[in-house]
Ligand binder design. Structure first.
Ligand code: GDP
Length: 440
């Protein structure tokens, strides 16, 4: 996610190296480079300019204390401003009504139906609610079936009326059903079109007028860049929605949508969706996202996902091991099983500071896991606990044991070592820049 933007910003910060104080002159090229990086990430020029003007104002004349380089100081200023641009603090979903009615709107293919399933799962498993999903897409029978399949997976009831062509009536009937059955939340998945059209807009607006939802969430594919922002504007003008959901952040997103939407429509991003698995919905935290963009990882989210999968004591142990650079192959193997349940592995590893960049070009799929597991299984317990003792002799034996090429073992060892180094750097970074925090 945002790989290119992260790299460009990093190189912009490097230009500031060695200066004792940030001045208007030495900051100029860095500011220019940050602006270019934002524009190339599909951030509207006006927003990018306003952003860098603010950064410049904050940075100029800032005294650089000895423990922190000017580059690092700029990182902090940019991180704060990025978080501010994305809304500053998180915005919680309003669940105070009985039942709470949530309308989901967006273009076809944006990820509406998938998100509806994820939200229902989130509300059920994390918030202890008993939601009802409503299939109000009257044009695509397949959309009803899709929602039903999702509902079955997460054991959430799905309300549909396949023969009814009146979305307003379906929504109203569903709410009556929810009241009867005691469902505390009603999630209405509406029809989408490939492009904004009047019929769709009128229909969603009619459903809104009829059911008076407490939340209207606009779902948008973050891969669509500036189009995402324009679509958001059109939907907001018509629906005055309460929040944005950014989907497909696990893909090769440049970042423009995440960075510009809040500014453009003045509505908070409430959730981000990263992947097709139903348990990978994340509440949107601007600060954490800013950290990720700047290659600082997102240990907080990683730990939260870990906590959701296993008990707290175990999660704390993992967090401590990562922080103390004591992560060994035993842990690695133990976590592999757990991690696989937590979502896309590459996405998870990218939450560890510095690791995202290191593993950018490495193919880490679930299949890659099998090879890794075979290599670790081929190690002795002693080797697993002491990765440093694994010399070329041992590597050859390990390779033989798991039927892999020595180069595979070497490559894996190298990746593991890089990962540990990155983890170690994170510890140092925390020490040096206490004000920046890692969200923990
Ligand atoms: P809808 O037409 O808006 O209801 O969109 P769907 O929920 O059917 O999603 C369209 C496609 O995007 C499907 O193939 C989904 O599996 C996929 N999708 C949805 N959300 C995500 C996500 O966060 N990441 C990725 N990679 N794919 C997603």
């Amino acid at each position: 996610m945002f790989d290119n933007l992260s790299e460009r910003l990093e190189s912009a910060f490097k230009q500031l190296k060695g200066e004792g104080r940030i001045s208007e002159i030495n900051v100029a090229s860095t500011i220019k480079e940050i602006r270019r990086a934002l524009v190339d990430a599909d951030v509207n020029f006006k927003i990018a300019k306003e952003f860098t003007d603010k950064v410049k104002e904050k940075a100029t004349g800032e005294k650089v204390i000895t423990a922190v380089s000017p580059g690092q100081l700029m990182v902090k200023i940019v991180k704060d401003e990025l978080a501010e641009l994305m809304g500053g603090t998180e915005s919680e979903i309003n669940l105070n009504n009985k039942p709470t009615i949530i309308l989901i709107a967006g273009l076809q293919g944006s990820g509406k139906t998938t998100f509806s399933g994820k939200l229902a799962n989130f509300l059920k498993s994390k918030k202890g609610r008993n939601p009802l999903l409503v299939a109000a897409d009257i044009y695509r029978p397949a959309a009803i079936d899709q929602l039903k399949v999702l509902g079955e997976q997460i054991k959430v009831p799905v309300y549909s009326e396949p023969e009814n062509k009146d979305a307003v009536a379906i929504a109203q009937n569903a709410i009556a059903e929810a009241k009867k059955n005691g469902n505390g939340v009603v999630i209405i998945d509406t029809a989408g079109r490939l492009a904004i059209d009047e019929v769709m807009m009128t229909e969603v607006a009619n459903v809104k007028a009829a059911v008076q939802p407490h939340e209207i969430l606009f779902v948008v594919d973050s891969m669509t860049g500036q189009d995402a922002v324009n679509t958001a504007k059109a939907f907001n003008d018509r629906l005055n929605f309460t929040g944005v959901v950014l989907t497909k952040l696990d893909g090769d997103t440049r970042g423009g949508a995440a960075l510009s939407i809040r500014y453009t429509v003045d509505k908070p991003i409430k959730f981000v969706s990263m992947g097709e698995k139903l348990d990978t919905l994340d509440v949107f935290y601007p600060e954490r996202m800013a950290q990720r963009i700047l290659g600082m990882g997102d240990i907080t989210t990683l730990v939260e996902r870990a906590q959701a999968q296993f008990d707290e004591a175990q999660a704390k142990k993992l967090e401590k091991k990562i922080r103390n650079n004591k992560f060994d192959f035993e842990d690695f193997k133990e976590q592999l099983g757990q991690i696989k349940k937590m979502g896309n592995i590459k996405d998870l590893l990218a939450m560890i500071p510095g690791v995202g960049k290191a593993i950018k070009d490495i193919d880490i799929s679930d299949d890659a896991f099998k090879g890794i597991e075979a290599i670790i299984n081929s190690m002795t317990p002693y080797e697993r606990q002491n990765p440093d003792v694994i010399d070329p002799n041992r590597r050859r034996r390990i390779a033989k044991g798991c039927g892999k090429d020595i180069s595979d073992v070497n490559a894996f060892m190298k990746q593991f070592e890089q990962m540990r180094q990155m983890m170690g750097q994170m510890g140092k970074m925390r020490g040096m820049m206490p004000g920046m925090g890692m969200g923990m």
